[in-house]
Design a protein around this ligand. Structure first.
Ligand SMILES: Cc1ncc(COP(=O)(O)O)c(C=O)c1O
Length: 477
């Protein structure tokens, strides 16, 4: 029998090229400090270097890796560089990368328990582990009334929470009839913009998302929240949902979850707690006080893809009452019917989020947790917090600079006292130099620099050098 024609990579070729790719990644990580952290290309430069037309004939795999090196790398901002201090981190790790690779290798689609039981059960199990690792309330356990699910991002988790809050408040009728324009949701002026997007998508409308004022530390004011809810009720509106943030994006402000939760209880509003980056700190018992009151929340989420060494994307989302979430998001077309689902004995995660299909993301999380152990994760989180506090101390002791917000964990908001232009100049010069990358925000109307320590391999020497470089640029003003 003649062999069937095939263009596929054979297992032997895959093995050879796979080893080369893993070698390339390992080499990339060892030489990462030699690259400018922020990509220095101009808009359009990368596309201009690519062929206009796709190849008619397949190319040797070796040339693909070479092209990554020469054509792609110049356009990469090195998020995994230890000199990356911008935004919030998107850190990765060896076990995370390998878990992700295995997930691609298995190539399963875990929309239903029956489409790959391990994909569902490992996820449930690891999310239960995390409940105890983070000191979260037991009601979030799958063995209780709640349960956890991996979403792609905190934005999706917020949308699911808002939808469930909307449905609970309308006795599950908005899904059928649409929204009547009377539902109201609440966040603070400092809440992440994903809540505004969620309000748009959920049919609440951005005008009906009340942005509650904050105190001098940029945390939501519970008294202002309570007043706004009362006013909305008096106006005949239907409050349904509040988002409290543990660690805002702009300044790492901590909303007073307990006081907010009590107001939610009083009015029967869904409370979602967004701990996108700072939730990782709860691995260490000494930081858990920052989210006191989480035991009263209806839902909670954090991103291991930010600070817990797990490659993007990986958001962990828990609800206290899984029935409310499932009732909000489940639809069962005939072609997905199966015995396991009918038996009621399994979780079908397609009912826990927006999309149908899902990757085997729990593998990378499982690998990370097993590789580091709780002890290893705690060690690195504590190290990042210690380095950040040290940096904050240097800023405090330099009369040219000032801190612009409290520093509860691993983000320092600071500014040169010379005004917005001086800070912009310092930041632009640093980022152009490629030595480090930091970003800014505005606090009280003033341009403020942000330095966030959370990259996997950031050590004391990197933070020291960052401060030296900042001072050097300040000298040149
Ligand atoms: C507090 C907070 N919430 C939500 C998000 C959105 O994260 P994601 O990219 O996972 O949607 C961020 C991103 O930085 C964040 O800081």
């Amino acid at each position: 029998m003649p062999e069937e024609k095939s263009f596929h990579m054979t297992p032997d070729e895959f093995r050879r090229h796979g080893h080369a790719v893993v070698d390339w990644i390992a080499d990339y990580h060892s030489r990462i400090e030699s690259f400018p952290v922020l990509s220095q290309v101009e808009p359009g430069q990368i596309r201009a270097s690519l062929p206009a037309n796709p190849p008619a004939k397949g190319e040797p795999f070796d040339t693909l890796i070479k092209d990554v090196e020469t054509l792609i790398l110049p356009g990469v901002t090195h998020w995994q560089s230890p000199n990356f201090f911008a935004y919030f981190p998107g850190n990765a790790s060896g076990p995370g990368i390998l878990g992700d690779l295995l997930s691609s290798g298995l190539g399963v689609q875990g929309m239903l328990w029956s489409t790959s039981p391990a994909c569902t059960e490992l996820e449930t199990h690891v999310l239960d582990w995390l409940v105890s690792m983070l000191g979260l309330p037991e009601k979030f356990l799958s063995s209780q009334t709640g349960g956890g699910v991996i979403q792609d991002t905190a934005s999706s988790a917020a949308l699911c929470a808002l939808l469930a809050g909307r449905e609970r408040a309308t006795q599950y009728s908005s899904n059928k009839k649409g929204c009547d324009g009377r539902l109201v949701a609440y966040a603070s002026t400092q809440t992440h913009s994903s809540l505004e997007k969620a309000a748009m998508i959920a049919g609440i409308g951005t005008q009906n998302l009340r942005l509650i004022e904050v105190d001098k530390n940029f945390a939501m004011r519970p008294d202002a929240l309570a007043r706004q809810i009362d006013a909305d009720k008096l106006a005949g509106l239907t409050p349904c949902f509040v988002c409290a943030t543990v660690g805002t994006t702009s300044s790492n402000a901590m909303d007073p979850v307990k006081a907010i939760a009590e107001i939610c209880r009083e009015h029967n509003l869904w409370l979602h707690v967004d701990a996108a980056m700072s939730g990782t700190a709860a691995l260490c018992p000494e930081f858990r006080h920052l989210q006191n009151g989480v035991e009263l929340a209806d839902s909670y989420n954090f991103n291991p893809h930010k600070w817990m060494f797990t490659n993007f994307d990986c958001n962990c989302f828990w609800v206290a009452d899984r029935k409310a979430l499932i009732q909000t998001l489940s639809i069962l077309p005939e072609y997905l019917r199966n015995q396991a689902t009918e038996s009621g004995a399994v979780i079908d995660y397609r009912d826990w989020h927006i999309q149908l299909g899902r990757r085997f993301r729990s593998l990378k999380l499982w690998f990370v947790i097993r590789h580091y152990g709780v002890e290893g994760l705690q060690h690195h989180v504590r190290q990042h917090v210690r380095l950040t506090q040290q940096f904050a101390e240097w800023v405090r002791n330099d009369t040219r600079f000032e801190l612009a917000a409290p520093v509860p964990l691993n983000l320092v908001c600071f500014r040169h006292k010379g005004g917005d232009e001086a800070n912009q100049t310092i930041m632009d010069r640093l980022n152009r130099s490629g030595d480090l990358f930091l970003t800014h925000t505005k606090l009280n109307g003033k341009l403020t620099l942000r330095l966030c320590v959370g990259q996997t391999h950031t050590q004391e020497r990197h933070v020291e050098r960052a401060w030296e470089r900042i001072k050097e640029e300040a000298e040149k003003l």
